[in-house]
Design a protein around this ligand. Structure first.
Ligand code: G3H
Ligand code: 13P
Ligand code: ZN
Length: 326
C-alpha cells in the first residue's frame, strides 16, 4: 500500500527552489537511514527555519523499507508543525537508477526524485531523464537529473575520475528533458575522501559560473558536498575508530554557489560522521551502557547541532521560514 505525497503533508521542490534562488540561499538535502537521523535533520531545520529535502538512497529505502520510509517523511512534517515551524519538507529519491525505481517511490509517497543517468551517453541520459520527467510530472513530482560524473562511489556505481560537466551541453539537456533541476560535476565527490593529502581542495567554480550564465535562474544541484569536519575525524579516532586521509569540501568553496544558482546541496557523509562519533564516545566512555536510547540520542544530538551550524555557514537558509522550538 502506498500514499500520495500531498496526503503526507510533503512538498515537491518547485517552490522551494524558486524561493531559494530568488533569496540567495541553497536548500539542504540531507540523507537519512533511520528515525534518529530523520529527527536530527528535521529538528535542526525547523529550529533554524530552513526548508529541507530528506533524501533517501535506494540502499536506504531497502534498509528502512517501503512501508516505513514514507511514514518517516510524514513524521518529519508533523514534528516540524508540532515545533511551530512552517518549513516545507520534501521526500526525495537520491540517485534513482531507472524509471522502475522512480515508479516505486512515487507509489510510496515520495515528492521528488533524481534520475541519475550520468553514466550513460549524452543521448541515453536525455532519453531516460525525459521518460522519468513525463512519468513524474503527471503526479506533480519534481525531477533532478545529472550531467557529468562525480568521482567516488554512488550506491553500486563507482568512478575513479571526475568527468566535469561540459557547460555547452546544459541548455540542450534541460530543454530536451524538461527536468526541474540539474546536478553538475565541478570537483565534488561522494564519501569522506574527496581529495588526496596535499591536494588543494578547490572546486571548478568557473564551470558553475558558465552553467549559471547559460541557465539563468535555473536550480543547480551539488552532490558530494560534505565538509568532513576535522572535529569528527579526531573524535572517531579518539574513541577507537579508524579513518585515514579524510578530506572534504571547505564551507567557503560552497557558500558562493549557494548565494547564486545553486538551489540544493547534498550532504550525507557529515551526518554519518557526527552520528557515529557521538555513539563511539558513549561506547568508549561508558562500556556498561546497552540501552540504545542512551547512545542513539547522543549520535542524533551531535548530528543535529552540526547541521544547525552548516545551515548558517554553507546553505544560508536560516530564517527563510518560521522557526520552531522543541
Ligand atoms: O550519494 C550517495 C549517498 O551518500 C547515499 O549513500 O547509497 O550508501 O545510502 P548510500
Ligand atoms: P557526501 O558524501 O559528500 O555527503 O555527498 C552526499 C550526496 O551527494 C548524496 O547524493
Ligand atoms: Zn550524490
Amino acid at each position: 500500500m502506498g500514499y500520495k505525497y500531498k496526503e503526507l503533508g510533503l512538498s515537491n521542490t518547485r517552490e522551494m527552489f524558486k524561493k531559494a534562488n530568488t533569496e540567495g540561499y541553497a536548500v539542504p538535502a540531507f540523507n537519512f537511514n533511520n528515525m534518529e537521523q530523520m529527527l536530527a535533520i528535521v529538528e535542526a531545520c525547523a529550529e533554524m527555519g530552513s526548508p529541507v529535502i530528506l533524501q533517501c538512497s535506494t540502499g536506504a529505502l531497502k534498509y528502512m523499507g517501503k512501508e516505513v520510509t514514507p511514514l518517516l517523511g510524514k513524521a518529519a512534517v508533523d514534528v516540524a508543525r508540532a515545533m511551530g515551524s512552517d518549513i516545507p519538507v520534501a521526500l526525495h529519491l537520491d540517485h534513482g537508477p531507472d524509471l522502475a525505481a522512480v515508479k516505486t517511490v512515487i507509489e510510496c509517497g515520495f515528492s521528488s526524485v533524481m534520475i541519475d543517468g550520468s553514466h550513460h551517453s549524452f543521448e541515453e541520459n536525455i532519453k531516460v531523464s525525459k521518460e522519468v520527467v513525463e512519468y513524474a510530472h503527471a503526479f506533480d513530482v519534481t525531477v533532478e537529473a545529472e550531467l557529468g560524473v562525480l568521482a567516488g562511489i554512488e550506491d553500486d556505481i563507482s568512478a575513479e575520475h571526475h568527468q566535469f560537466t561540459q557547460p555547452d551541453e546544459v541548455e540542450e539537456f534541460v530543454t530536451r528533458t524538461g527536468v526541474d533541476s540539474l546536478a553538475i560535476a565541478i570537483g565534488t565527490s561522494h564519501g569522506a575522501h574527496k581529495f588526496k593529502p596535499g591536494e588543494d581542495p578547490k572546486l571548478k567554480l568557473d564551470i558553475l559560473v558558465e552553467v549559471e550564465r547559460r541557465l539563468p535562474g535555473f536550480p543547480i544541484v551539488l552532490h558530494g558536498s560534505s565538509e568532513v569536519p576535522g572535529k569528527y575525524i579526531d573524535m572517531l579516532r579518539q574513541y577507537g575508530g579508524e579513518i585515514s586521509d579524510a578530506i572534504g569540501i571547505p564551507a567557503s568553496e560552497l557558500r558562493g554557489g549557494a548565494k547564486s544558482g545553486v538551489a540544493k546541496i547534498n550532504v550525507d557523509t557529515d551526518g554519518r560522521l557526527a552520528f557515529t562519533a557521538g555513539i563511539r564516545k558513549v561506547f568508549a566512555t561508558n562500556p556498561k551502557e546497552f540501552d540504545p536510547r542512551k547512545y542513539l540520542s547522543v549520535g542524533k544530538e551531535e548530528m543535529k547541532s552540526y547541521y544547525k551550524t552548516k545551515i548558517v555557514d554553507v546553505f544560508g537558509s536560516e530564517g527563510a521560514y518560521k522557526k520552531g522550538t522543541r
